[in-house]
Every structure is written in C-alpha cells, then in structure tokens.
Design a protein around this ligand. Structure first.
Ligand SMILES: [Zn+2]
Length: 239
C-alpha cells in the first residue's frame, strides 16, 4: 500500500470510528473533552505492534503514555522524566506500568555488534550496558528469540530500577500507595505478563497487575474497567 493510501485510509477510518463511538454513546466525546484522569501511566516501546490502549482493551482517557524505542528508561532523558512527573505529580495516576515485548528490534540490535547508524546507537547504549552486564547469561541462551526475550526482560528490570529511584515516584509510593509494575507483552499471544518487579516485588508468576485484593486487580478507567485475575482470565466492562 502506498503511503498516501495508508494515510487516506487512516483518516476515513477515523471518521467511521468517531461516528460509531458518538452513536454508541453520545456523551463519549463531550466527556473526553472535559478533562482526563487516567489511572495508568504506560511506559512502552514505540513498536507498532504494542499500542497500549488497544492491547489493554481500554479506551481514550484511560492511559497516559510515553513510548520510545525499546522502552528505555534513562534517568537523564528529560522527555521520559517530564511525562513521569506530569503523570505522577499532576494527574496522580495509581499505576506506573513499564512494558517490554517480544520481537523487539531495539533488543535485537543491542544483542548484535553491528552499528545501526545515526543517533540510534547512542539511544541504545543503556540496552548495550544491560547486555554487557548479563553477557554470560545471554550468551548461554542458544535460541535467538529466547535471548531477545531475556534481554528485553532484563531491560525492564533496569528500567524499573530507574523508576524506583525517581523522586516523584518515591514520594507518591510513600504518600498515596502508587504502584509500579514491570511487565512483558508477548506479541505472539497478545498476553501481558507481570514480571513481579517494582512495588509488587515477589509476586512473580502473578498474571496481570499486582492485586489489591489478592485475586484480582481492578483498573478502572473513565470509560471501561479492566479486571486482572490470577488465572490470567481478564475481563473488561464498559462503565
Ligand atoms: Zn520494541
């Protein structure tokens, strides 16, 4: 498909979507326009296969977002830091979710020794540092896909360490119980896995976000409610 065709299609698709949404719920857009109070800050990869609101089954207004190549959380990146500060201090989100994913091009590039070129090699330096810190473990994995999954998981761990050292996040954890979650999206199954790191540390194997009531966690957006359960069967209800 030529680029202009994709753009024309996207615009007509938007018209159809807006018409459907407005017809389904006449209050939807006026409500959205009145302001936002998202419960979730999502930090993820720019990869076109990881659109957070879509894969969470949520709606516009539910998720505040920052995405960059390979979901790298660097303490000196003012872009990421500004998004985190606005979401945590001003919007007072309840959950910060950092999500890595399978088949990540950034992870694959960091595993290799070839230069990508331009600014990309500089951007990927923190991921290269993760590779170097876990060289032995990564080299012991013979399957290329599994090695890429592992470095992406280790990258989430490194990012969670940066998030947990962030002053705004530390204050919000202490003052109002902000939760920080390290997660992993498997593109091949569409499922998000909780890595059990962050404020939910030690809950490894728990599927979904760390529970407020043990068995499930309800993430209530403005327009939908996503219920995460330990058996991996999540459900969504429109509000
Ligand atoms: Zn990626």
């Amino acid at each position: 498909m030529a680029a202009e065709d994709a753009f024309t299609y996207a615009l007509s698709s938007n018209q159809a979507w807006a018409g459907y949404k407005g017809h389904q719920n006449p209050d939807f857009f006026p409500k959205l326009a009145s302001g936002q109070s998202p419960a979730i800050l999502w930090l993820g990869c720019s990869d076109s296969r990881c659109p957070e609101t879509t894969i969470l089954g949520l709606q516009p207004g539910d998720v505040f977002v920052h995405r960059n190549i390979a979901n790298i959380i660097s303490p000196t990146d003012i872009n990421t830091a500004a998004v985190i500060e606005y979401a945590v201090v001003h919007l007072k989100v309840k959950h910060v979710v950092l999500c890595g994913h399978s088949s990540c091009g950034g992870a694959a590039a960091a595993l290799g020794d070839n230069r990508v070129g331009g600014v990309l090699d500089i951007w990927l330096m923190p991921l290269k540092a993760v590779r170097n810190a876990h060289k032995e473990e990564l080299e012991s994995i013979t399957d290329d896909k599994k090695r890429a999954v592992r470095i992406a998981e280790l990258n989430v761990e490194a990012g969670i360490n940066v998030l947990m050292a962030n002053a705004s996040i530390q204050d919000a954890i202490a003052e109002r119980g902000l939760q920080v979650h390290g997660t992993f999206f498997d593109i091949g199954t569409g499922r998000i896995r909780d890595l059990g790191i962050g404020t939910g540390k030690g809950k490894g194997g728990h599927h979904g976000l760390s529970g407020v009531n043990g068995d499930s966690d309800i993430v209530r957006g403005k327009h939908a409610m996503l219920v995460f359960r330990t058996d991996g069967e999540s459900s969504m209800q429109a509000l």
